[in-house]
Design a protein around this ligand. Sequence first.
Ligand SMILES: Cc1ncc(COP(=O)(O)O)c(C=O)c1O
Length: 376
Amino acid sequence: MKKIPITIPYIDARDQKKVSNAVINGWGDKCFENIKNFELKFKKKYSLKYTSATSSCTGALHLALMALNIKKGDEIILPDTTWVSCANAIKYVGAKPVFVDIKEDTWCINPFEIEKKITKKTRAIMAVHLYGNVCDMESIIKIKKKYKLYLIEDCAESIGAKYKGRSVGSFGDVAVFSFHGTKTMTTGEGGMFACKNKRIWEKYQLLHNMGKNPKEVKYFFLEVVGLKYKISNLQAALGESQLEKIDHVIRMKKKIFNNYKKFLNNKLFQLNRSEKYSTSTYWMTTLSIKNLKLKKNFKERLIKFCFKKNIHLRPFFYPLSSMPMYKSSKKISNQIAYKLSSNSVNLPSGYNLKLKDIKRVCNTIYSFLKKEKIRL
Ligand SMILES: Cc1ncc(COP(=O)(O)O)c(C=O)c1O
């Protein structure tokens, strides 16, 4: 049986041409040409003010926290359900991640729960748009304003998604994006930092190039301990051509989601759901089994079962607060994050999935449920 991967990037002849051109010509005076173009095109497309391409979204998150001057003793609120980079970046700067439960419908951070966890030490909210879905921005912005906090938007998984017609990434004081090979557009590894405040931008610029002041007076004289999370010109060339077709990829992802919906049309399942005003990109069609007491390790066994049939599913994120490095002695009661983690999986969502592949994935899931004696 043919392997059905979890996802695959859309690479075509235009990408190859663009990268080949950068390989041959992108040196010397032109060594930043594709980077500059990529940052500019990205900024325009998503209505952002300042943009800087990075070597990863994790690096962009680390830089973002440093640019906001987050440090030891500060607390940052983030969803319990997200990729570990979010919490790790907070740790890198010595601050404390405070994990908040997610919403049952959109699987994004629950604004109601945010307010309960705010203390005098809270400096920022990290809003993560999960699996193509969008956070409840209006409620989050209200809280940000009320408590005078920074808002960090993590758009790694939802690039191109919208809230009330506005692109994600344009709401936060800072925003980050990922171009990892599994994402809607890719540069192999890569990311983007965005912000709208000049002071934050200047601080970022100083930090992101080893502490080199862009207005440097003395060549090669450095002022602070900076970081090196720069993207390469070759990767940025790929980013430019990928950006041209991202809307097409999102349309294909939506079609895949709609096809899954046809075959998984059962009261037992919940697939990606959006807030009233938001437009998901369906980066990963995700399946959750509702209202059932499932046997232990259900998710893990489903993934294994499908893997044996050459179908690659991914687990819904384990709550970060359940992981050894983030487990605390205080009991965390993020019930939705824990429940969804036990009964949900990401389905294969590559842009090139055929209808017959989708049918095969769904039939395999149904066979597993039958084996588990779950009545449909
Ligand atoms: C929500 C989220 N944030 C951050 C990252 C980190 O992105 P990168 O792999 O580009 O460092 C990821 C990666 O999967 C992610 O899903």
